[in-house]
Design a protein around this ligand. Structure first.
Ligand code: Z5A
Ligand code: MG
Length: 216
């Protein structure tokens, strides 16, 4: 993987269980950074539209197509690898990326299935070497608060009991560097906490902080 020095954009990632507010905060942060003159794009994973794997993933999540559990895990990972060159190009061109879900969701949702031979170490392996985010914002929301939000859709993983296991899997993945935010606060309160940290990360990346690799 190409490693360049010099000014670059920042890779800021939102993770968390369903309905914790990732898409809401991704969009707010991208707009706020843009209004402060930062070149920024918002991305989300899985990319269901612009990739070879996206159609298969979409059919799987919609429950229209079944897949072997290891195979679908590898497809989600391949979906990230498919976008990794474009992701690096964007960062090196000076564009910051605000990203909704990435490899941590990949591990958490697959490990939550608790299948023999598919522990977190197995789940992490195919994503090793991907560009690592410069900041992971984890939106923490408990069961009761999540349940009070707009209802689940009809997708495969949108079941309360499964979401509990996903939450537990995220707890295992948490790293000390993550910005953990109480997602039961108001949209604006959450946004303000994240914006301050994001601006510092954007500054450090502009100063040439090197891009790391997962799970290095
Ligand atoms: N998946 C996987 O298995 N493996 C992988 O590698 C990857 C993903 C990358 C993708 O779903 C699915 O793929 C997901 C994981 C799996 N499976 N599930 N389940 P997605 O990301 O496309 O899901 P989504 O439709 O965007 O839903 P979400 O991510 O669960 O929601 P969210 O983005 O976190 O929340 P939101 O849409 O911003 O907000 C939800 C609602 O709450 C909405 O009505 C908001 O207006 C409201 N909201 C937001 N913030 C607040 C606050 N602060 N207070 C009150 N209400 C709020
Ligand atoms: Mg979302």
């Amino acid at each position: 993987m190409q490693q360049q020095q010099g000014p670059r954009g920042a890779f800021i990632l939102f993770e968390g269980v369903d309905r914790c507010g990732k898409s809401t905060q991704t969009s707010l942060l991208a707009k706020a950074l843009q209004s402060k003159g930062v070149a920024v794009e918002s991305w989300n994973f899985p990319d269901r539209k612009n990739t070879v794997t996206g159609h298969a993933i979409n059919e799987y999540l919609a429950g229209k197509q079944d897949h072997n559990d290891r195979a679908i895990h590898l497809l989600f990972s391949a979906n990230r690898w498919e976008k990794s060159d474009a992701l690096l190009r964007a960062l090196h061109s000076g564009t910051s990326l605000v990203v909704d879900r990435y490899a941590y969701s990949g591990v958490a949702y697959s490990a939550a299935k608790a299948l023999p031979g598919m522990d977190a170490a197995w789940c992490k392996a195919p994503d090793a070497g991907l560009p690592a985010p410069d900041l992971v914002v984890y939106l923490e929301l408990d069961n009761a608060a999540a349940a009070a939000r707009a209802g689940f859709g009809g997708e495969r993983y949108e079941k309360a009991e499964f979401q509990d296991r996903v939450r537990a899997a995220f707890q295992q993945l948490k790293e000390p560097s993550w910005l953990v935010v109480d997602a039961s606060q108001s949209v604006e309160q959450i946004h303000e906490q994240i914006l301050a940290e994001a601006l510092q990360v954007v500054r450090r990346c502009k100063e040439g902080q090197p891009i790391q690799q997962l799970w290095g």
